[in-house]
Ligand binder design. Structure first.
Ligand SMILES: [Cu+2]
Length: 259
């Protein structure tokens, strides 16, 4: 009996160690993201997708519906306008900051809704990857510095560049952090934190997204980018970011928004 109480005490803080996107900026307009921990959950109008994931818990296995836009993910009811070539900024909520242990890549995907994103079926979405960033350098002595550390250092936030010339219309942006701290053999596995955001892309662009895939096919779980012990060295210079290649219509370098 005492041991089960001890286990609950040990697990409870971990639930809140996880996270969701609580603030979104698009075209320099600020939106509050959906907060499943609110009482009641809030806000009711937001471009951030609704989930039932009150602990913000990571998701695995990687081929289930929850990987698409989170546990119980259902479409946000408004779409944030953003110009093609413009920036969307997503800030992750933490009581403090993104956990320092949660090293790993940051990836962004985009899928056309072919209509209002508020009505889309997540299982129908076909995504392309528009940017990615993985291991960066050996500047910390343990696991090295990763994209998630950079996010943590930038006020728990990430800037995502919407491809220039993208055709106007509604799109789902799927922003994801993958934490690798327990991805080693015998660990719990890589932790996936997806957050979907409804966008209304504007402009006179003509680029359409082709070759997109279902998010349930992005990862296997045993590829080198997910099945990795990051604690053995701070030099992961051979690290291969998991998932499909970056879409040819996006800027062809990691972290495309830097240009
Ligand atoms: Cu975690």
């Amino acid at each position: 009996m005492f041991s089960s109480i001890a286990i609950i005490a040990a697990i409870a803080p971990l639930a809140f160690a996880h996270s969701h996107v609580d603030e979104i900026w698009a075209n320099n307009i600020h939106y509050t993201g959906y907060n499943p921990n609110g009482f009641p959950p809030y806000p009711s109008n937001t471009p951030g997708w609704f989930t039932t994931n009150s602990g913000g818990n990571p998701l695995y296995p990687v081929n289930t519906t929850a990987i698409i836009c989170g546990v119980g993910g259902s479409p946000a009811n408004i779409s944030a306008p953003v110009a093609a070539g413009g920036i969307v900024r997503a800030r992750w909520w933490q009581p403090g900051e993104w956990p320092v242990s949660h090293h790993g890549p940051v990836l962004d995907y985009l899928a056309p809704c072919n209509g209002p994103c508020s009505k889309v079926n997540p299982e129908s979405l076909k995504f392309v990857k528009i940017d990615q960033r993985g291991w960066l350098n050996t500047s910390t002595w343990q696991e090295g510095t990763w994209a998630a550390d950079e996010l943590r250092a930038d006020d728990q936030s990430w800037n995502i560049k919407i491809p220039a010339g993208l055709k106007a219309g509604e799109y789902i942006l799927r922003h994801e952090i993958i934490a690798l701290h327990v991805a080693f053999e015998g660990g719990a596995g890589a932790e996936h934190y997806p957050q979907c955001i409804n966008l209304k892309v504007t402009g006179s662009g003509t680029k359409t997204i082709t070759g997109g895939v279902d998010a349930r096919t992005f990862y296997r779980g045993d590829e080198p980018g997910l099945d990795i012990d990051i604690h053995t060295t701070n030099d992961h210079s051979g690290y291969v970011i998991p998932g499909p290649p970056v879409w040819s219509g996006a800027v062809k370098k990691d972290r495309s928004f830097e240009a």
